[in-house]
Design a protein around this ligand. Structure first.
Ligand code: F6R
Length: 366
């Protein structure tokens, strides 16, 4: 049932070219520059006039929400707030009928996310679900939704469900932009054509597996690890840190790279691995100066870089390449090596990667 892989987690990491393809099937029409989302079609008109979007979720799904925030604001120009469901539900938040709440949940059973939905529903908001498990509780209490179609995820640490959530949110951002007219059709043709090739690029990113395993050996005994990124590389850093801590029990933190000098920099010494999302995009130069700051303090740098990069390579101790892509699709690609890195570190430490201690696949109590 593990399809020849040692663990479900590894199998699910390798399934991503296919799960992302499944997630996009019948929803994108690159040649026409068109996105179709049957699940929320009846709200197409409403989407033209909404004031804001509130994304609620927990854990990894919340990280996907942060990526969604960047994309929706960039392309559809709708203000987005991303909330931990557990905080949102107890805060007496301001919600109106003109708000759309997007609840993201792999299992569709998370107690806090369900409670947040019920509360927002009572206040008149329109609720969309982004779930993986078909027919779970959340899809039944939302007004509409878009399934991620990643297939069953057995490993407790979310991998393919996360990238499918990010894919759905990307599609939603493009769909809303199309409805609102905040994107020209030629741009959408360009973006969708590129998105259509992302599964192939993920396949390519997976080819670094052996190299990542070698890097994992160097860091398997680390006690701490910092993950830094900027822009949409920031949620990727958070997700990288969560993956590492939950399956390897190494203390890890994700931060926006620029926040480093406001505190975490104090932790950096020769014992401290720092993982940078340092791909070629709008924040590349800034990330490079952050890398220099870490190197000046003798930190060990592992960088996720764009194929063919030369600048970061001069500074970083280890570089893992991913295929070049537009900024919009970077989170999908940059996540892959981080999943593999935490997987190999956890295996080398003898951890139960598919069922980490104290964790459950769906958290049905608050
Ligand atoms: C991390 C992980 C958890 C879940 C969280 C929300 O790998 O799996 O952080 O993301 O418990 O679960 P869902 O998405 O089912 O609501």
């Amino acid at each position: 049932e593990k399809g020849g892989y040692d663990h479900f987690m590894l199998k699910e990491i390798y399934e991503q070219p296919r799960s992302i393809r499944d997630c996009m099937r019948g929803r994108i029409y690159p040649a026409e520059g068109k996105v179709q989302l049957g699940g929320i079609k009846e709200f197409a008109e409403k989407l033209k006039n909404i004031d804001r979007i509130i994304i609620v979720a927990c854990g990894t799904s919340w990280h996907a929400g942060l990526v969604g925030e960047y994309l929706i604001e960039e392309y559809a120009r709708i203000p987005v707030e991303v909330e931990y469901a557990s905080e949102f539900r107890y805060r007496n938040p301001i919600i109106t009928e003109k708000d759309v709440v997007i609840a993201i949940s792999q299992s569709g059973e998370t107690a806090d996310t369900m409670a947040a939905i019920e509360m927002a529903k009572e206040k008149g908001a329109t609720i969309f679900g982004v779930c993986n498990v078909v027919g779970a509780s959340i899809p039944r209490i939302t007004h509409a939704g878009v399934y991620t179609h990643a297939g069953p995820e057995i490993g407790v640490a979310s991998t393919k469900a996360f990238t499918a959530q990010v894919t759905v949110l990307t599609l939603m951002a493009f769909y809303m932009a199309q409805q609102k007219g905040t994107i020209v059709n030629s741009k959408l043709v360009e973006l969708l054509t590129e998105l259509d090739c992302i599964p192939e690029k993920i396949h390519h990113a997976l080819e670094s597996n052996e190299q990542i395993k070698t890097i994992a050996e160097k860091f398997k005994d680390s006690r701490n690890c910092l993950f830094l990124g900027r822009g949409s590389g920031f949620p990727v850093a958070l997700e990288g840190a969560l993956k590492l801590k939950e399956i390897s029990y190494i203390h890890a933190e994700g931060y926006p790279a620029a926040e480093m000098k406001h505190g975490p920099i104090a932790l950096i010494d020769e014992e401290m691995p720092v993982v940078f999302i340092a791909t070629k995009n709008s924040s590349y130069e800034k990330v490079i100066s952050n890398i220099q700051e870490v190197k000046a303090r003798k930190g060990v740098v592992i960088a996720i870089v764009t194929e063919g990069d030369t600048d970061v390579k001069k500074m970083a101790d280890y570089c893992i390449e991913i295929p070049d892509a537009s900024e919009a699709f970077l989170p999908l690609l940059a996540t892959i090596p981080l999943q593999l890195l935490s997987y190999h570190i956890a295996v080398l430490r003898g951890c139960n990667v598919d069922q980490p201690r104290n964790l459950a696949k769906s958290v049905t109590v608050e």
